[in-house]
Write a protein that binds this ligand. Structure first.
Ligand SMILES: Cc1cc2nc3c(=O)[nH]c(=O)nc-3n(C[C@H](O)[C@H](O)[C@H](O)COP(=O)(O)O)c2cc1C
Length: 190
């Protein structure tokens, strides 16, 4: 009974091994930015699973130039909006993940934003498929935000903060958005 309830409410599936699963396209089409959260802790296992999903993203020359810093200390989460004003929801969230570039792993110059963007999106989809809500808050290339994270975390010179993903159980299920625009698809010519 509870299983059916969960399936209906969150539109996801419980597989035979007891793990939550969601069809890939369904996850893509139903994911939204979640900025309001329940007052409930997020299991670290689900955060680690999302970080693992991020590491499976494609990257230029398979350079995998990423590092991830999980932040769940209340005083640190409360500090973040002071230098990243569009990340105000960090004050209400139990956890967030800072996606960073490690310049030491860069072998394909100029591609790191694409690599880290793909990794960040994988993370959002994994979190959504697990019933969590998340929002990508932009860090790089805003100097004040990049500098704020570097200072707060005392990051070494080769590590550059890229995006901060704020995570929590959604306060409510969001509306889906239909963004399909047929006229943006071109076949063999403009
Ligand atoms: C590079 C990037 C930076 C973003 N920065 C912020 C941000 O600082 N704060 C925020 O609340 N949302 C941020 N967002 C989320 C977007 O506002 C959101 O993805 C967009 O409005 C579409 O809504 P959806 O995610 O619900 O589909 C960012 C998204 C991206 C991809």
């Amino acid at each position: 009974m509870w299983r059916i309830g969960i399936e209906i409410r969150f539109r996801r599936y419980l597989s035979d091994d007891g793990e939550f699963r969601m069809d890939t396209n369904k996850a893509i089409y139903t994911r939204r930015s979640i900025r309001k959260y329940q007052n409930k802790p997020v299991p670290m296992e689900l955060v680690k699973e999302a970080v693992k999903a991020a590491m499976f993203a494609p990257s230029a020359r398979n350079q995998q130039p990423w590092e991830f810093i999980i932040i769940d200390k209340r005083e640190m989460l409360d500090e973040i909006p002071k230098f990243s004003p569009h990340a105000a929801m960090a004050k209400e969230a139990p956890v967030g993940v800072l996606v960073c570039l490690n310049k030491l792993y860069e072998i394909a110059e100029g591609f790191f934003q694409q690599d880290l963007g793909a990794a960040t999106q994988n993370m959002l989809l994994s979190l959504h498929a697990a019933g969590l809500g998340a929002v990508w808050t932009g860090v790089y290339p805003r100097e004040d935000r990049v500098g704020g994270f570097i200072k707060m975390l005392d990051l070494p010179e080769n590590v550059v903060p890229f995006a901060f993903v704020i995570i929590g159980y959604p306060e409510k299920e969001p509306e889906t958005a239909d963004r399909f625009k047929k006229d943006r698809i071109h076949y063999n010519q403009w």
